[in-house]
Write a protein that binds this ligand. Structure first.
Ligand SMILES: Nc1nc(=O)c2c([nH]1)NC[C@@H]1CN(c3ccc(C(=O)N[C@@H](CCC(=O)O)C(=O)O)cc3)C=[N+]21
Ligand SMILES: [Mg+2]
Length: 283
């Protein structure tokens, strides 16, 4: 048996095709969406992600603004850039690329962002609204995972989902999306304190591996036919390594590759959040 590939790159391209006319309409109405990025320092990974986001914007016709700051920028200078973007009418949504250098206090910076311009869905107000079931931008990676599963007809209604990792971008929020009535899944959140990870994984119809531990999920753990999403990425000497052992492809029914799976979907959902926010503002 060999798993059906959950092709995030092709799915992202399809979503971009759907976004392009919506962006064109907004531009026509004089309400052009504009995405800004705030990047601090010169980490090559972060630089490449940010570059990709600007290329994506060009592809769908969204104006983009780059704010690149030196690694030793002060907290006050980042605050000033955030205040500038909050006030800039050309910027309808933005992100502060994470992680930030250790000398900066990320929490207060993210909280300073205008919630209406939160493109990541990670502002405390957006996360609070998600808990309350109110309309808000949704966290991009969890939303991308659900969209990838939906577009490949993977059943979520009543499904047992095992999430591995409790990080703020994926593991912590994804259960909030998956347990809405519209998804209706049953979610188990596993982490380093989980006593028997293999037994939790073995019961799951869907596995979301977002721990950042290379090859953590091995074929013996996976229920035959399950959908497995490889979210974690670790930079090793041999290149990028996912959380899922390659041999899982022999057992799983669906597998999102890494790269080429959830990463491109995260970018597609970032632009979707920006377009939706611009449409909402039309009233
Ligand atoms: N405020 C904030 N929002 C984020 O959404 C955010 C962030 N900070 N910090 C870092 C993580 C990571 N992230 C990725 C997005 C796309 C790919 C992606 O498209 N990857 C490609 C290839 C990447 C490569 O080859 O380097 C792929 O998986 O095929 C990866 C990682 C967004 N993040
Ligand atoms: Mg992340």
């Amino acid at each position: 048996m060999s798993a059906t590939i959950l092709d995030g790159k092709a799915t992202k391209d399809a979503i971009f095709e759907e976004l392009r006319p919506r962006v064109a309409k907004l531009v026509e109405q004089g309400r052009a969406p504009g995405l800004a990025t705030v990047l601090v320092g010169d980490d090559p990974g972060s630089q490449s992600y940010v570059r990709a986001k600007h290329n994506d914007c060009a592809k769908v016709g969204i104006k983009s603004i780059r704010k690149d700051l030196p690694a030793d920028v002060s907290q006050a200078d980042v605050e000033a850039v955030i205040d500038e973007l909050n006030a800039d009418p050309e910027c309808t949504g933005y992100i502060v690329q994470l992680p930030l250098p250790k000398h900066l206090d990320a929490g207060p910076l993210l909280e300073r962002m205008a919630p209406a311009k939160d493109a990541d869905g990670l502002h405390p107000i957006s996360l609070g609204r998600l808990v309350l079931g109110e309309e808000a931008p949704l966290p991009c990676t969890p939303r991308g995972i659900i969209e990838l599963l939906r577009r490949h007809d993977v059943e979520l209604n009543g499904a047992r989902v095992a999430v591995v990792g409790r990080g703020i971008t994926v593991g912590r929020p994804i259960g909030l999306l998956l347990t809405r009535r519209s998804e209706n899944s049953t979610v188990t959140l596993c982490h380093t304190g989980t006593k028997d990870l293999a037994s939790e994984i073995s019961r799951a119809d869907v596995v979301v591996a977002a721990a950042g531990v290379p090859k953590l999920i091995t074929p013996d753990m996976v229920k035959p036919g399950a959908a497995v999403l490889d979210v974690g990425v670790t930079r090793t000497d041999d290149g990028l390594a996912g959380d899922v052992h390659p041999d899982v492809a022999e057992v799983a029914g669906f597998l999102s590759p890494n790269p080429g799976g959830v990463g491109p979907m995260t970018r597609a959902m970032l632009l979707t959040n920006v377009v939706e926010a611009a449409e909402r503002n039309l009233g």
